[in-house]
Design a protein around this ligand. Structure first.
Ligand code: FAD
Length: 385
């Protein structure tokens, strides 16, 4: 396929673009354009089983590296197993799934601008298409105020089995510094696992060397002997404190469908964007033939509705970052993970009920919902904060 023959051109070839291409499999000729030659490299993308529907899981399945039937969290004095499943994609598994899709081409180039009819590249070339999606990742915007979840992870091969059968999504038994600090463990097989040093921090800076040393110390504490550091990944994810979705979407062109972090499509408190990217990929598959304006309208409608419904999670982000002192953040998280499991699952999926919200915000035992609501002006409405 020549570049000019693509029906759908996607600017950016990261997670959201790749999932859109995977979902369009065979239905459209897709060109993925990224400034990086290997845009998926150095990523593991995970999700909670309840975050996506069975039909979505079915088309995503070829891209999944590993799935587990439960997960664990650890806090001082409390280790809790959660039954909700967990699954991870990585650069290899997603790349391999995409390689098997007919009609997907790639171009390494910097995109200078995107419009409804095509993209202009920084080197002066122009590529026209029936539909252009903007998936160029996060850029700061005045309508959103963020803090950071930052991490450095190493995939380790150990000399002997580590003994973990399920992910440990937070091991917060470690000393607290630079905000809320925990380790994240994904056991890919008996001896191979991803170990990530993670922080919910006010500052985006992270010293790679310090984190490498911290991972080595953590592994030694667990009694693990590292045979090989297979690869490394790091990230600084936005956590949203305040967002005015109407102002944000007003600033985007009405005829350029925008997805992924470029469209602020992420869970305000976890920074996870995979479930949103999966939903948007479904939407693209349903509407792409109707043209850019109709698709952009659908994406905007869904994104606005989601963002308005996520006011509660932004309130929690503010409580974590602004109300709790950095060394108190672990206590806030520990209390949350003492709540009933169905509530935790709905929280991950961004589908908390009114009663869940009241329970999360109030002490135990839960106070009557009506009384809790009066304590929360704005938090349970579709507020823009
Ligand atoms: C290491 C890491 C791990 C993460 N783990 C998880 C996780 O477990 N679960 C989860 O849900 N989320 C996770 N996230 C958060 C989020 O889901 C990812 O950041 C995700 O990749 C965002 O997808 P995206 O398509 O919006 O942006 P990206 O995947 O960042 O893709 C954007 C792409 O656009 C390209 N680009 C930007 N500007 C231009 C330009 N002008 N021209 C050409 N190309 C351009 C970039 O090179 C990049 O490849 C993780 C993030 C990181 C960094």
């Amino acid at each position: 396929m020549t570049h000019q023959a693509a029906q759908v051109v996607i600017a950016g070839a990261g997670l959201s673009a790749s999932l859109a291409a995977l979902r369009l499999a065979g239905a459209a000729r897709v060109l993925l354009i990224d400034q990086r030659a290997d845009p998926l490299a150095g990523h593991t993308w995970s999700f909670h089983a309840g975050d996506i529907h069975a039909s979505q899981r079915a088309w995503l399945a070829p891209a999944i590296r590993r799935a587990w039937d439960g997960q664990q969290v650890r806090f001082p004095g409390r280790t809790r197993g959660l039954r909700s499943g967990y699954a991870s994609l990585d650069a290899d598994s997603l790349g391999a799934a995409l390689a098997g899709v007919p009609g997907v081409a790639r171009l390494t180039a910097r995109v200078a601008s995107v419009d409804a009819g095509g993209v202009s590249l920084a080197d002066g070339r122009r590529i026209d298409a029936d539909l252009v999606l903007d998936a160029r990742g996060f850029v700061p915007h005045p309508a959103i105020q963020v803090r950071f979840q930052k991490f450095l992870g190493q995939e380790l091969r150990l000399a002997a089995p580590h003994g973990l059968t399920r992910p440990v999504i937070m091991d917060a038994t470690v000393p607290q510094r630079d905000g809320y600090r925990f380790f994240y463990l994904l056991p890919f097989d008996d001896t191979r696992l991803l170990v990530e040093a993670t922080y919910y921090s006010d500052a985006a800076a992270l010293s790679a060397n310090d984190q490498r040393a911290a991972i080595a110390a953590y592994a030694a504490d667990q009694g693990w002997q590292v045979a090989e550091v297979v690869r490394e990944e790091s990230g600084v994810l936005p956590i949203a404190l305040r967002f005015d979705p109407d102002a944000f979407w007003r600033s985007l062109p009405p005829d350029v469908p925008t997805i992924g972090l470029r469209a602020m499509r992420f869970h305000p408190l976890t920074g996870y964007s995979l479930p949103h990217a999966v939903r948007d990929a479904d939407l693209i598959a349903r509407h792409w033939r109707q043209g850019p304006r109709a698709l952009a309208r659908e994406l905007r409608r869904t994104s606005l509705a989601d963002a308005r419904a996520q006011g509660f999670y932004r309130l929690l982000s503010r409580m974590l970052f602004e109300a709790a002192a950095p060394d108190e953040r672990r206590r806030v998280m520990a209390r949350f993970y003492g709540l009933p499991e169905p509530l935790i699952e709905r929280f991950y999926a961004g589908r908390s009920t009114l009663a869940d919200k009241a329970r999360i915000l109030t002490g135990r035992p839960p106070v009557p919902v009506g009384r809790a609501l009066r304590c929360l002006p704005g938090a349970l409405r579709a507020d823009p904060a």
